[in-house]
Structure formats: C-alpha cells, structure tokens
Design a protein around this ligand. Structure first.
Ligand SMILES: [Zn+2]
Length: 311
C-alpha cells in the first residue's frame, strides 16, 4: 500500500470514529430528556392527581420480582377521584332513613297500631294536611324537602334509605318502619307538616316515640334537630312531644324522630312551606341537625345505645 493510500485510510477511520462518537453522544443526550414513566402526567392533570398517579407509577427497573405488581393504568382515573383517608366526610359510615310523610292517596285500610296489641288498629296512611291558602298538599312538601335532604346527606358521606321517592306509592306507616328496621339505620327522620283549626297556631315541633330501644338518643337527636332547623329557617320553635299513638314509631326498633316543619294552617308558615324556593333552606336546617347529632355522639355524647328489643 502506498503512503498516500495509507494516510487516506487513517483519515477515514478517524472520521468514522468521530461520527460514531457524535451520534452516540446525541443518543445519550436525547435519552436524558425522556422522562421516566412516573413523571408523565396526562394532559390537564390536576395537582391532586399527580400524587395518586405517582403512587401507582410503574416499577423502577431495580424492583424485586417479589414486590406486588403495579395496578393496571385503567384503575388510575378511579383512584384519582377517590378521597384520601384524611378527607373523611362527616357522615361516612352512617345509614340514615328518610320518610317523607303521607302519599298522593290515603289508604284507610286498618293495620295494627303496635306489636303489643292485636286489637288496637289505625288506618294504614292518611292523606295529610294541605296549605289553607296555597292549597299545596303536605305530601308534596315532605317529598320535595326529603329528596333535597337526601342529596345533602349523600354529599356528606351518608348512605340514605328513602321510604318513598315519588308521591304515587302505597306504603303504610307500619311498612315505613320495616324499611328503616331492615336497613338498620343509625338515624331515621320522618318529615311532616302540621295543620290545626286555629290559624294562629304556628311553629315547628318534633315527635319522639314514647318507647324505643334508643330512647335517650331520640331525645338528643330531637333537641339538636329542632334547634338547628329553627335557627336555619327562622321558623318558631314549639317543642318536643313524646307519642305512643304513631304506628311507625311503635313498629320501629331504630332511632326515629318526626319533625313537624310548621303549620300549613297558619298564613305565614303556609307561605313558607308551599314555596319551593324555601325547600333548600328547610333541608339544610334538617341536615345540620342530623350532622350535629353524629358529631356529638362521636365526641362522647350519651355512650353506647342499649341493646335492641324485639317488638
Ligand atoms: Zn303529616
């Protein structure tokens, strides 16, 4: 080989080496810009999603084969929407029963008033009262407020059981108690409006059972509910009434109370109770009372409830 040829070949080798070095370095540098999978975020990811997505990032190469396999990416969105343990909702874990009073058609067939007597009977469900001026029926008001209350309670973490969600039902007062008993509710609220011959009679009151396995809790729940409801709505506070003549109470073995939200036979309260614009405030007042009860129970309250008795 001539000296000239040899020089040319050496130059070619040097060029080749230089080219491979530059190409290799480019690859390495561009590789540095690729983010590891756990730093990748979907477009429009919110800040709270970052934490959760990082938690379920794919395994790093050093991962031991004994470690549990990562969650499939399809689970990421549902996990992202779940509240973290620190965000526990105030009513999480509680089952609450709502019984919107009455129904579109009364059922005057008789049923047993109480499990203690075979002869005492009362009509299955009455038609309720109606606004003396507005003509709005009680069963419409109780359902509208009951449904709004349900939504507020669910938003606060509760499981809610309704005895009815429409007006066109036929469910007796005894059957309403069974709905509550079967669901093993922690708190059941019956929603009603009052009526009287005397149109000056006004204010909200609460009925509680004369006998109930959770008697003291019924009393506490009624006190708190009445205060919060009256404070929120501005409706006058009447008081608490123990009753043994309510079929639903007598067959119920859970904490249960009944609010009479006001008198539809009083001009001012008829105007309030028949106007759907007020229903959110009424429902909020009820929800605040319920939440206050659980808050007090969690912070000591009256202690554990007595054992349940069979009717
Ligand atoms: Zn009623």
């Amino acid at each position: 080989m001539s000296k000239k040829k040899c020089l040319f070949r050496n130059k070619a080798i040097v060029c080749g080496l230089l080219l491979s070095f530059v190409f290799g370095a480019t690859l390495i540098l561009s590789g540095c810009n690729v983010k590891p999978p756990h730093e990748m975020l979907p477009p429009n990811a919110e800040e709270n999603q970052i934490v959760i997505i990082n938690m379920i990032s794919p395994p790093v190469p050093q991962q031991s084969p004994l470690m549990p396999s990562p969650l499939p990416p399809s689970l990421a969105p549902s996990l992202a929407s779940m509240p973290t343990p620190t965000e526990k909702l105030p009513l999480a874990g509680y089952i609450i029963g709502i019984d919107p009073g009455h129904q579109a058609e009364a059922n005057t067939t008789l049923e047993r008033l109480t499990p203690k007597s075979r002869s005492s009977k009362k009509e299955k469900v009455s038609s309720g009262t109606k606004g003396r001026w507005s003509n709005v029926p009680e069963f419409e008001v109780t359902l509208a407020v009951g449904l709004l209350l349900r939504d507020i309670l669910i938003q606060n973490g509760a499981t809610v059981v309704m005895t009815r969600t429409t007006n066109d039902v036929d469910i007796s007062n005894m059957e309403r108690a069974f709905v509550v008993n079967d669901a093993k509710t922690d708190y059941a609220l019956r929603i009603h409006c009052n009526g009287a011959k005397d149109e000056t009679k006004k204010g909200a009151s609460i009925l509680i059972p004369r006998e109930n396995p959770f008697q003291e809790d019924c009393r506490l729940a009624a006190d708190l509910l009445l205060s919060e409801y009256c404070e929120t709505t501005g409706i006058e506070k009447r008081g608490i009434d123990e009753r043994g003549d309510q079929t639903c109470f007598n067959w119920c073995d859970r904490l249960i109370i009944n609010i009479e939200m006001g008198y539809m036979s009083n001009p001012e309260e008829d105007a309030i109770l028949s106007n759907p614009k007020n229903y959110e405030s009424l429902a909020r007042g009820l929800a605040k009372g319920i939440m206050l009860y659980f808050e007090q129970k969690e912070n000591g309250g009256l202690g554990t409830p007595p054992p349940m008795i069979n009717p």
